[in-house]
Design a protein around this ligand. Sequence first.
Ligand SMILES: *Cc1c(COP(=O)(O)O)cnc(C)c1O
Length: 379
Amino acid sequence: MNQYSKETLCVHKGTIIDPEDEGANSPVYTSTSFGYLDKETPVYPRYFNTKNQKALAEKLRALENGESALALSSGMAAITSTLYAFLSQGDHIVFMSALYGGTLHFILKDLNRFGIEYTLVNSTHPEDFEQAIRENTRAIYIETPSNPLLRIIDLEEMARLAKSNNILSIIDNTFASPINQNPIDWWFDIVLHSATKYLNGHSDVTAGAVISTRDKINRIWETARNLGGSLNAQICHLLERSLKTLHIRVKTQNENALQIAQFLEDHRGIKKVWYPGLESHVGHATAKKQMKGFGGMLSFEPENKNIIELQKRLELIRPAVSLGGIDTTITSPVMTSHKSLSQEEREKQGISDSLLRLSVGIENPDDLIYDLKQALESL
Ligand SMILES: *Cc1c(COP(=O)(O)O)cnc(C)c1O
Protein backbone atom coordinates (compact mmCIF):
# COMPACT_ATOMS: atom_id res chain seq x y z
CA MET A 1 0.00 0.00 0.00
CA ASN A 2 3.09 2.25 0.04
CA GLN A 3 2.29 3.33 -3.52
CA TYR A 4 -0.36 5.58 -2.00
CA SER A 5 0.51 9.17 -1.12
CA LYS A 6 1.09 10.40 2.42
CA GLU A 7 -2.41 11.92 2.69
CA THR A 8 -3.97 8.54 1.99
CA LEU A 9 -1.57 6.60 4.21
CA CYS A 10 -2.36 8.94 7.12
CA VAL A 11 -6.05 8.12 6.84
CA HIS A 12 -5.99 4.42 6.00
CA LYS A 13 -2.71 2.64 6.61
CA GLY A 14 -2.73 0.02 9.37
CA THR A 15 -6.41 0.39 10.27
CA ILE A 16 -7.82 -2.85 11.66
CA ILE A 17 -11.04 -3.63 9.81
CA ASP A 18 -13.39 -5.67 11.95
CA PRO A 19 -14.62 -8.24 9.38
CA GLU A 20 -18.07 -8.54 10.86
CA ASP A 21 -18.97 -4.90 11.47
CA GLU A 22 -16.64 -3.20 8.96
CA GLY A 23 -16.19 -0.19 11.24
CA ALA A 24 -14.22 2.85 10.10
CA ASN A 25 -11.74 2.67 12.97
CA SER A 26 -9.53 0.07 14.59
CA PRO A 27 -11.30 -1.54 17.55
CA VAL A 28 -9.55 -0.89 20.89
CA TYR A 29 -8.35 -4.13 22.47
CA THR A 30 -7.84 -3.32 26.12
CA SER A 31 -6.58 -6.71 27.37
CA THR A 32 -3.21 -7.14 29.02
CA SER A 33 -3.70 -10.89 29.41
CA PHE A 34 -4.00 -13.17 26.38
CA GLY A 35 -4.28 -16.90 25.75
CA TYR A 36 -1.09 -18.89 25.22
CA LEU A 37 -2.14 -22.44 24.31
CA ASP A 38 -1.51 -23.24 20.63
CA LYS A 39 0.32 -19.91 20.23
CA GLU A 40 3.98 -19.61 19.36
CA THR A 41 4.45 -16.17 20.96
CA PRO A 42 1.81 -14.98 23.39
CA VAL A 43 0.55 -11.42 23.05
CA TYR A 44 1.59 -9.01 25.79
CA PRO A 45 1.72 -5.19 25.65
CA ARG A 46 5.36 -4.91 26.77
CA TYR A 47 6.27 -7.16 23.83
CA PHE A 48 4.87 -4.51 21.46
CA ASN A 49 2.71 -7.16 19.79
CA THR A 50 -0.89 -6.23 20.57
CA LYS A 51 -3.17 -5.48 17.64
CA ASN A 52 -3.44 -1.78 18.50
CA GLN A 53 0.34 -1.40 18.86
CA LYS A 54 0.88 -3.14 15.54
CA ALA A 55 -1.76 -1.06 13.72
CA LEU A 56 -0.12 2.15 14.96
CA ALA A 57 3.39 0.95 14.13
CA GLU A 58 2.26 0.02 10.62
CA LYS A 59 1.02 3.57 9.95
CA LEU A 60 4.27 5.04 11.32
CA ARG A 61 6.37 2.63 9.25
CA ALA A 62 4.56 3.59 6.06
CA LEU A 63 4.76 7.33 6.75
CA GLU A 64 8.56 7.15 7.14
CA ASN A 65 9.07 4.76 4.18
CA GLY A 66 10.68 2.17 6.47
CA GLU A 67 10.43 -1.61 6.66
CA SER A 68 9.37 -1.79 10.28
CA ALA A 69 8.53 0.40 13.29
CA LEU A 70 7.87 0.42 17.00
CA ALA A 71 5.58 2.83 18.85
CA LEU A 72 6.83 3.58 22.36
CA SER A 73 5.64 5.42 25.45
CA SER A 74 7.66 8.62 24.85
CA GLY A 75 10.23 10.14 22.55
CA MET A 76 12.86 9.51 25.20
CA ALA A 77 11.81 5.84 25.42
CA ALA A 78 12.41 5.56 21.67
CA ILE A 79 15.77 7.37 21.90
CA THR A 80 17.14 5.47 24.91
CA SER A 81 15.91 2.06 23.70
CA THR A 82 17.60 2.66 20.34
CA LEU A 83 20.91 3.87 21.76
CA TYR A 84 21.09 1.09 24.35
CA ALA A 85 20.28 -1.47 21.65
CA PHE A 86 23.32 -0.56 19.57
CA LEU A 87 25.89 0.78 22.06
CA SER A 88 27.90 -1.29 24.52
CA GLN A 89 30.72 -0.66 26.95
CA GLY A 90 33.78 0.57 25.05
CA ASP A 91 31.81 1.94 22.10
CA HIS A 92 31.86 5.54 20.92
CA ILE A 93 29.14 7.68 19.28
CA VAL A 94 29.22 11.09 17.60
CA PHE A 95 26.36 13.50 18.36
CA MET A 96 25.58 16.94 17.02
CA SER A 97 25.72 19.27 20.04
CA ALA A 98 22.53 21.23 19.25
CA LEU A 99 20.27 18.40 20.44
CA TYR A 100 16.93 18.29 22.23
CA GLY A 101 17.52 19.05 25.94
CA GLY A 102 16.29 15.66 27.22
CA THR A 103 18.55 13.77 24.83
CA LEU A 104 21.53 15.89 25.86
CA HIS A 105 20.72 15.29 29.52
CA PHE A 106 20.66 11.52 28.92
CA ILE A 107 24.01 11.65 27.09
CA LEU A 108 25.76 13.75 29.74
CA LYS A 109 24.31 11.88 32.69
CA ASP A 110 24.18 8.24 31.65
CA LEU A 111 26.44 7.26 28.75
CA ASN A 112 29.80 7.46 30.51
CA ARG A 113 28.34 5.59 33.49
CA PHE A 114 27.85 2.61 31.18
CA GLY A 115 31.31 2.91 29.65
CA ILE A 116 30.05 4.47 26.40
CA GLU A 117 32.16 7.32 25.03
CA TYR A 118 30.82 10.18 22.95
CA THR A 119 31.84 13.34 21.11
CA LEU A 120 29.55 16.34 20.71
CA VAL A 121 30.13 18.21 17.45
CA ASN A 122 29.08 21.88 17.32
CA SER A 123 28.66 22.01 13.55
CA THR A 124 26.38 21.13 10.64
CA HIS A 125 29.24 20.13 8.31
CA PRO A 126 29.89 16.42 7.66
CA GLU A 127 33.69 17.12 7.60
CA ASP A 128 33.55 18.12 11.27
CA PHE A 129 31.65 14.93 12.11
CA GLU A 130 34.17 12.88 10.15
CA GLN A 131 36.99 14.27 12.30
CA ALA A 132 35.25 12.95 15.40
CA ILE A 133 34.98 9.35 14.13
CA ARG A 134 37.28 6.89 15.89
CA GLU A 135 38.01 3.21 15.58
CA ASN A 136 35.31 2.32 18.14
CA THR A 137 32.65 4.71 16.77
CA ARG A 138 29.34 2.90 16.16
CA ALA A 139 26.97 5.70 15.15
CA ILE A 140 26.34 9.32 14.17
CA TYR A 141 23.25 10.97 15.69
CA ILE A 142 21.73 14.24 14.48
CA GLU A 143 18.61 16.45 14.42
CA THR A 144 17.68 18.55 11.41
CA PRO A 145 16.04 21.07 11.58
CA SER A 146 17.54 21.49 15.04
CA ASN A 147 16.23 23.19 18.14
CA PRO A 148 15.98 26.20 18.48
CA LEU A 149 17.89 27.74 15.53
CA LEU A 150 16.56 25.34 12.87
CA ARG A 151 20.04 24.44 11.71
CA ILE A 152 20.04 22.19 8.66
CA ILE A 153 22.31 19.22 8.02
CA ASP A 154 22.61 17.62 4.57
CA LEU A 155 21.05 14.17 5.09
CA GLU A 156 22.52 12.61 1.97
CA GLU A 157 26.07 13.69 2.81
CA MET A 158 25.74 12.62 6.43
CA ALA A 159 24.37 9.19 5.49
CA ARG A 160 27.18 8.75 2.97
CA LEU A 161 29.74 9.59 5.66
CA ALA A 162 28.20 7.00 8.01
CA LYS A 163 28.06 4.29 5.30
CA SER A 164 31.65 4.86 4.20
CA ASN A 165 32.77 4.44 7.81
CA ASN A 166 30.50 1.44 8.34
CA ILE A 167 28.62 3.07 11.22
CA LEU A 168 24.92 3.72 11.87
CA SER A 169 23.23 6.99 10.95
CA ILE A 170 20.47 7.97 13.40
CA ILE A 171 18.19 11.02 13.19
CA ASP A 172 15.60 12.50 15.50
CA ASN A 173 13.06 13.66 12.87
CA THR A 174 10.59 15.20 15.36
CA PHE A 175 10.85 18.80 14.13
CA ALA A 176 10.24 17.96 10.47
CA SER A 177 7.59 15.23 10.88
CA PRO A 178 7.34 12.47 8.25
CA ILE A 179 5.25 14.78 6.07
CA ASN A 180 8.11 17.21 5.51
CA GLN A 181 11.15 14.93 5.58
CA ASN A 182 11.83 11.20 5.17
CA PRO A 183 15.48 10.54 6.11
CA ILE A 184 15.29 6.88 5.00
CA ASP A 185 14.90 8.18 1.42
CA TRP A 186 18.33 9.82 1.92
CA TRP A 187 19.82 6.53 3.20
CA PHE A 188 19.57 7.18 6.92
CA ASP A 189 19.43 3.95 8.96
CA ILE A 190 17.21 4.85 11.91
CA VAL A 191 14.52 7.53 12.32
CA LEU A 192 13.26 8.58 15.75
CA HIS A 193 10.26 10.68 16.76
CA SER A 194 8.75 12.22 19.81
CA ALA A 195 5.13 11.50 18.85
CA THR A 196 4.18 13.87 21.68
CA LYS A 197 4.81 16.67 19.17
CA TYR A 198 3.59 16.75 15.53
CA LEU A 199 2.57 13.09 15.20
CA ASN A 200 -0.08 13.44 17.88
CA GLY A 201 -0.37 17.20 17.55
CA HIS A 202 -3.14 17.82 20.08
CA SER A 203 -0.98 18.27 23.19
CA ASP A 204 -2.67 15.38 24.98
CA VAL A 205 -0.52 12.26 24.39
CA THR A 206 3.06 11.29 25.27
CA ALA A 207 4.54 8.77 22.85
CA GLY A 208 7.53 8.01 20.67
CA ALA A 209 8.47 6.06 17.56
CA VAL A 210 11.40 4.42 15.84
CA ILE A 211 11.42 3.38 12.19
CA SER A 212 14.11 1.38 10.38
CA THR A 213 14.81 -1.97 8.68
CA ARG A 214 13.29 -5.20 10.00
CA ASP A 215 16.62 -6.37 11.44
CA LYS A 216 17.36 -3.15 13.26
CA ILE A 217 13.84 -2.80 14.65
CA ASN A 218 14.09 -6.35 15.90
CA ARG A 219 17.31 -5.51 17.72
CA ILE A 220 15.74 -2.36 19.23
CA TRP A 221 12.69 -4.42 20.20
CA GLU A 222 14.85 -6.81 22.23
CA THR A 223 16.14 -3.89 24.30
CA ALA A 224 12.85 -1.97 24.35
CA ARG A 225 10.92 -4.88 25.86
CA ASN A 226 13.47 -5.00 28.69
CA LEU A 227 13.36 -1.25 29.29
CA GLY A 228 9.57 -1.37 29.26
CA GLY A 229 8.56 1.72 27.29
CA SER A 230 5.40 0.27 25.75
CA LEU A 231 2.06 1.95 25.00
CA ASN A 232 -1.35 0.83 26.17
CA ALA A 233 -4.31 0.40 23.82
CA GLN A 234 -6.11 3.64 24.66
CA ILE A 235 -3.05 5.75 23.84
CA CYS A 236 -2.44 3.76 20.64
CA HIS A 237 -6.00 4.57 19.65
CA LEU A 238 -5.59 8.30 20.34
CA LEU A 239 -2.35 8.48 18.39
CA GLU A 240 -3.74 6.45 15.49
CA ARG A 241 -6.69 8.86 15.34
CA SER A 242 -4.42 11.92 15.46
CA LEU A 243 -2.23 10.58 12.67
CA LYS A 244 -5.21 10.54 10.32
CA THR A 245 -5.01 14.35 10.18
CA LEU A 246 -1.21 14.65 10.32
CA HIS A 247 -0.85 15.63 6.69
CA ILE A 248 -3.46 18.37 6.74
CA ARG A 249 -2.20 19.74 10.07
CA VAL A 250 1.45 19.89 8.98
CA LYS A 251 0.58 21.41 5.62
CA THR A 252 -1.29 24.25 7.34
CA GLN A 253 1.51 24.66 9.90
CA ASN A 254 4.07 24.94 7.07
CA GLU A 255 2.02 27.63 5.34
CA ASN A 256 1.32 29.58 8.53
CA ALA A 257 4.96 29.46 9.67
CA LEU A 258 6.22 30.81 6.35
CA GLN A 259 3.77 33.71 6.46
CA ILE A 260 4.71 34.55 10.05
CA ALA A 261 8.44 34.26 9.29
CA GLN A 262 8.04 36.69 6.39
CA PHE A 263 6.04 39.11 8.54
CA LEU A 264 8.66 39.02 11.30
CA GLU A 265 11.56 39.40 8.88
CA ASP A 266 10.02 42.64 7.55
CA HIS A 267 9.14 44.05 10.97
CA ARG A 268 11.42 46.80 12.30
CA GLY A 269 11.05 45.49 15.88
CA ILE A 270 12.78 42.23 14.92
CA LYS A 271 16.55 41.77 14.77
CA LYS A 272 16.68 38.35 13.14
CA VAL A 273 14.44 35.43 12.14
CA TRP A 274 15.48 31.79 11.77
CA TYR A 275 13.23 29.74 9.48
CA PRO A 276 14.54 27.26 6.87
CA GLY A 277 11.89 28.45 4.41
CA LEU A 278 13.40 31.96 4.27
CA GLU A 279 16.07 32.62 1.68
CA SER A 280 18.06 34.41 4.37
CA HIS A 281 18.46 31.15 6.33
CA VAL A 282 21.93 29.56 6.00
CA GLY A 283 20.43 26.11 5.45
CA HIS A 284 17.75 27.18 2.96
CA ALA A 285 19.24 25.48 -0.13
CA THR A 286 19.79 22.18 1.67
CA ALA A 287 16.36 22.35 3.28
CA LYS A 288 14.83 22.94 -0.14
CA LYS A 289 16.59 19.86 -1.48
CA GLN A 290 15.61 17.42 1.26
CA MET A 291 12.36 18.76 2.77
CA LYS A 292 8.90 18.78 1.22
CA GLY A 293 7.84 21.60 3.52
CA PHE A 294 9.85 23.77 5.91
CA GLY A 295 7.92 22.96 9.07
CA GLY A 296 6.02 24.84 11.73
CA MET A 297 8.95 25.88 13.94
CA LEU A 298 10.70 29.26 13.77
CA SER A 299 12.79 31.42 16.07
CA PHE A 300 13.32 35.17 16.27
CA GLU A 301 15.11 37.82 18.25
CA PRO A 302 13.22 41.03 18.98
CA GLU A 303 15.07 44.35 19.29
CA ASN A 304 13.41 44.92 22.66
CA LYS A 305 15.07 42.63 25.18
CA ASN A 306 12.08 42.49 27.53
CA ILE A 307 10.89 39.13 26.23
CA ILE A 308 8.89 38.28 29.35
CA GLU A 309 6.71 41.35 28.88
CA LEU A 310 6.41 40.66 25.16
CA GLN A 311 5.12 37.14 25.86
CA LYS A 312 2.68 38.46 28.47
CA ARG A 313 1.22 40.93 25.98
CA LEU A 314 0.29 38.18 23.54
CA GLU A 315 -3.43 37.53 23.67
CA LEU A 316 -3.77 34.45 21.44
CA ILE A 317 -0.32 32.87 21.33
CA ARG A 318 0.33 30.96 24.56
CA PRO A 319 3.72 31.02 26.31
CA ALA A 320 4.24 27.29 26.91
CA VAL A 321 6.78 24.47 26.78
CA SER A 322 6.59 21.67 24.21
CA LEU A 323 5.71 22.09 20.53
CA GLY A 324 3.99 20.67 17.49
CA GLY A 325 0.41 21.19 18.64
CA ILE A 326 -2.47 22.66 16.67
CA ASP A 327 -2.32 25.75 18.89
CA THR A 328 0.48 28.28 18.50
CA THR A 329 2.87 28.52 21.44
CA ILE A 330 5.94 30.61 22.24
CA THR A 331 8.98 29.71 24.36
CA SER A 332 12.19 31.32 25.53
CA PRO A 333 14.84 28.58 25.10
CA VAL A 334 17.06 30.25 27.71
CA MET A 335 14.25 30.00 30.27
CA THR A 336 13.25 26.42 29.35
CA SER A 337 15.02 23.88 27.11
CA HIS A 338 18.48 25.47 27.36
CA LYS A 339 18.27 26.65 30.97
CA SER A 340 20.82 24.15 32.26
CA LEU A 341 23.52 25.20 29.78
CA SER A 342 26.11 27.79 30.85
CA GLN A 343 26.03 31.27 29.32
CA GLU A 344 29.25 30.38 27.52
CA GLU A 345 27.84 27.16 26.07
CA ARG A 346 24.70 28.98 24.88
CA GLU A 347 26.80 31.66 23.21
CA LYS A 348 28.82 28.94 21.49
CA GLN A 349 25.59 27.56 20.07
CA GLY A 350 24.39 31.04 19.08
CA ILE A 351 21.43 31.12 21.48
CA SER A 352 20.94 34.64 22.86
CA ASP A 353 19.03 35.59 26.01
CA SER A 354 16.30 37.31 24.01
CA LEU A 355 15.70 34.49 21.51
CA LEU A 356 12.09 33.32 21.23
CA ARG A 357 10.88 30.12 19.58
CA LEU A 358 7.46 29.85 17.99
CA SER A 359 5.62 26.58 17.40
CA VAL A 360 3.04 27.57 14.82
CA GLY A 361 -0.41 25.97 14.95
CA ILE A 362 -3.34 25.76 12.55
CA GLU A 363 -5.15 28.98 13.51
CA ASN A 364 -5.75 31.64 10.86
CA PRO A 365 -2.32 33.17 10.13
CA ASP A 366 -3.77 36.70 10.02
CA ASP A 367 -4.92 36.31 13.62
CA LEU A 368 -1.47 35.09 14.67
CA ILE A 369 0.28 37.93 12.85
CA TYR A 370 -2.14 40.45 14.36
CA ASP A 371 -1.32 39.14 17.83
CA LEU A 372 2.46 39.33 17.30
CA LYS A 373 2.11 42.82 15.81
CA GLN A 374 0.03 44.22 18.67
CA ALA A 375 2.40 42.75 21.29
CA LEU A 376 5.55 43.99 19.52
CA GLU A 377 4.16 47.47 18.92
CA SER A 378 2.71 47.99 22.38
CA LEU A 379 6.10 47.49 24.06
C1 LIG B 1 10.15 16.46 22.86
C2 LIG B 1 11.28 15.94 22.11
C3 LIG B 1 11.89 14.72 22.46
C4 LIG B 1 11.47 13.91 23.66
O1 LIG B 1 10.18 13.43 23.54
P1 LIG B 1 9.23 13.04 24.77
O2 LIG B 1 8.02 12.53 24.11
O3 LIG B 1 9.04 14.27 25.59
O4 LIG B 1 9.96 11.98 25.54
C5 LIG B 1 12.94 14.27 21.67
N1 LIG B 1 13.38 14.98 20.62
C6 LIG B 1 12.83 16.14 20.25
C7 LIG B 1 13.37 16.87 19.07
C8 LIG B 1 11.76 16.67 20.98
O5 LIG B 1 11.23 17.84 20.62
